[in-house]
Design a protein around this ligand. Structure first.
Ligand code: ADP
Ligand code: SF4
Length: 685
């Protein structure tokens, strides 16, 4: 299909100082969980972004010196010539597709932990480390500031030697240059502190140093947080954010602007932001500079992108998460296939990968992070040697992804679903407050499947083992999902609760099935992810008095990993949901729950009208067990294998279910010896 001319503007080249981007698609720096320990994985990932049409592809944060060490998280380093060599393949992979390569030079200051290098932590003013630990940062003296500038300059020269086209001065996300800007963190009395002109001094010097060192060939980008979202206590886009920009307006070649305060503000999940959510804060920038501007806002709609450019909000369309969910987003627009864009759902599972120090993963894109280690490409799957007949049972994230990928490979697929509507758990969870974007997991796959004649779909078809055998498929894949537990066993509560009759005790499955909710609601969350908090929000908004009990010390505690926990707890508390923290459910019956303090065991009694147990989930594997009992009949039915995938094997996240479905479809007909994922590991010289 030809490109829609409405989107032509997105494909105009844009000059950035001495270099020119081939289009307006700009993959802003984002973490991958790979860092300097996994250079091959990083190179392959960035190369695929360039192949997918991103005109600028940047690295993740890249430390300039051992005094900025974020171990064990995945960060890059440009400390020496070995690092230069290690980053060259990334640059080459990006250049191979005609895109520009950007590197985000980084010094964390008191936001680095230096656990690996054991260097003292540096800051503009002495203060406890910004990442809680029993340590403090020391105030940088003039010699330290001079040394810092030298490190930055040396790293910029290394970046140039590695071949990068865009070199960042990174004054965002509470890192060192931003700490100097911030009146909260910079309490100095010398020419680097006090007035705004003084606090800006270091960033100005950094830009000038970098330009002088590499500006002949490299563009100098400044990443600036123009609003900390700390109100009058911090830098705001109405106040000093504007003043900083006005003072430095023409100094860099490009402005990469965002909101900050913490990473959770910048990459806010869809529960707390919509597409373009940063516009109100960054819209002023273009009026103050003639240099190109880029920002982010989870842009997945080409019409919103065009609007950003036409209305003069930004010159590039900055994206991190949308480029993870669909590395080929620009190409799809270019080829008139925008309906095929796999839109980011804003769940922030990608953020959790970095926070857990593992390679990137994504709910929408199962191939991200697997480009090098498994050789997966987001757009290409290996065509089947022989087209086989595969029965997929269950149409949740695992079943849908499996069926789609099998169909793309040229296999013939029958997809059977018990319910009337396809989507499995998505149909339930996407109906909860704030989780509506999650429906994109289902909708994208149904849309893509409709284009393939090789996939037959059978809704309202609950299969028995006999039914499955009668269909005479070559392979049977069970993606029959899971059920919420009813016994109270959760991730922290090892023992079942003593649950008697009387009072309404439900699981989320009952709620989704429409069970009546009576009286005050008590939710017991020992899963710690999204559903417990989202149910509390739902019932509170519906007018119920809601208590949310959990054995953890905070609400929805695992969402610390998705950078959402603060926002979730704040919202619930503002809604009037009452937290009952560090409480384990010991028993419940006759409308009374006994909650035991996890530290002292002291029991408190809590009356409820409805108790909802959000704890663990059990695999729904009855069909599998039924088929196992009939193994002797498989051969006669022509069945070569029966496999469980996703939640019906081991209940987990949507991202894991999608990955499992994709993986089975790619690998089931290949020799096992071929499918050992590669590892990057240091080998002694
Ligand atoms: P996952 O996350 O692993 O994809 P889900 O729970 O989202 O799992 O989806 C499982 C789907 O399987 C549900 O839509 C459910 O209705 C369907 N299912 C379960 N058992 C059967 C069966 N015997 N026949 C057909 N569909 C089934
Ligand atoms: Fe978007 Fe979620 Fe994928 Fe991150 S994990 S890119 S937020 S869909």
């Amino acid at each position: 299909m030809p490109r829609n001319p409405r989107y032509d503007i997105l494909f105009e080249p844009v000059r950035i100082g001495p270099v020119t981007a081939p289009n307006r698609f700009y993959q802003t720096p984002h973490a991958t969980g790979m860092g300097y320990l996994k250079p091959e994985s990083g190179a392959k990932l960035r190369g695929i972004k360039a192949e997918g049409g991103w005109g600028v592809v940047c690295t993740e944060y890249c430390s300039i010196h051992p005094s900025s060490d974020d171990s064990p998280f995945g960060f890059l380093t440009l400390w020496d010539e070995d690092d230069v060599r290690a980053l060259m393949p990334t640059v080459e992979a990006i250049h191979a597709h005609g895109s520009l390569a950007g590197v985000e030079l980084w010094h964390g200051g008191s936001h680095a932990n230096n656990r690996l290098t054991r260097e003292p932590i540096l800051a503009p003013s002495a203060r406890p480390a910004l990442i809680p630990q029993p340590g403090s940062a020391r105030a940088m003296d003039k010699a330290d500031i001079k040394a810092f500038r030298t490190w930055h300059r040396s790293a910029a020269l290394r970046a140039k030697r590695a071949g990068f086209d865009i070199v960042y001065c990174y004054a965002g996300h509470d890192y060192l240059p931003f700490q100097f800007l911030s009146p909260r963190l910079n309490l100095r009395g010398d020419e680097y502190g006090g007035s705004l002109a003084n606090r800006v001094r270091l960033l100005r010097e950094l830009i000038e140093d970098t330009r002088e060192a590499v500006g002949d060939r490299c563009a100098i980008a400044v990443r600036l947080s123009v609003d900390e979202l700390h109100g009058s206590r911090g830098i705001t886009s109405q106040g000093e954010g504007q003043e900083i920009l006005a003072m430095l307006a023409e100094l860099p070649d490009l402005w990469d602007v965002n909101v900050s305060g913490s990473l959770g503000n910048d990459s806010r999940s869809s529960r707390f932001s919509d597409e373009g959510f940063q516009e109100a804060h960054v819209a002023f920038v273009k009026a103050l500079t003639s240099k190109p501007v880029v920002s982010v806002g989870r842009f997945t709609s080409p019409d919103s992108m065009v609007s950003q450019v036409r209305r003069g909000i930004q010159d590039f369309i900055g994206a991190a998460r949308p480029s993870i969910a669909d590395p080929f987003l620009p190409k799809k627009i270019d080829e008139g296939r925008e309906d095929e864009i796999r839109e980011c759902i804003g769940c922030n599972i990608c953020r959790s990968a970095n926070n857990e120090a593992v390679p990137l993963r994504c709910s929408q894109n199962p191939t991200i992070g697997e480009e090098w280690r498994r050789g997966w490409h987001p757009e290409h799957v290996e065509a089947a040697d022989t087209s086989l007949h595969v029965l997929v049972v269950g149409s949740g994230p695992a079943g849908l992804e499996c069926a789609l990928t099998l169909g793309r490979r040229g296999h013939r697929v029958m997809l059977a679903e018990a319910g009337r509507k396809l989507g499995g758990r998505i149909n339930q969870e996407a109906g909860l407050p704030g989780l509506g974007y999650w429906a994109r997991i289902r909708d994208h796959r149904l849309h893509m499947m409709a284009k393939l004649s090789s996939i037959e779909i059978f809704p309202e078809s609950r299969l028995s083992a006999e039914d499955a055998l009668a269909l005479e498929a070559d392979h049977v894949v069970l993606a029959t999902g899971s059920r919420w537990r009813r016994d109270g066993i959760g991730s922290l509560g090892e023992e079942a609760a003593d649950l008697g009759a009387g009072g309404s005790i439900l699981t989320p499955d009952d709620v989704f099935a429409g069970a009546a909710i009576a009286g005050p609601v008590l939710i017991y969350d020992d899963e710690h992810y999204a559903v417990g908090g989202a149910l509390a929000e739902k019932f509170s908004k519906e007018g119920h008095q809601v208590h949310l009990a959990t054995p953890a010390a905070m609400l929805s505690s695992w969402t610390v990993m998705t950078d959402e926990q603060f926002f979730i707890q704040r919202r619930l508390m503002e809604l009037g949901v009452r937290p009952l923290l560090s409480q384990h459910l010991a028993s419940a019956g006759n409308g009374v729950a006994e909650l035991a303090c996890v530290y002292t065991g002291r029991i408190r009694r809590h009356e409820f009208g409805t108790l909802i147990l959000v704890t663990g989930r059990m695999a729904e594997d009855s069909l599998y067990r039924g088929l196992l009992a009939m193994t002797g009949q498989w051969q006669a039915a022509g069945i070569r294998s029966v496999t469980r995938i996703g939640d019906c094997l081991a209940p987990s996240s949507i991202a894991d279910a999608v990955h499992a479905g994709h993986r089975w479809a790619r690998e089931f007909d290949r020799p096992p010896a071929e499918i050992v994922p590669r590892r990057e590991r240091p080998i002694p010289a």
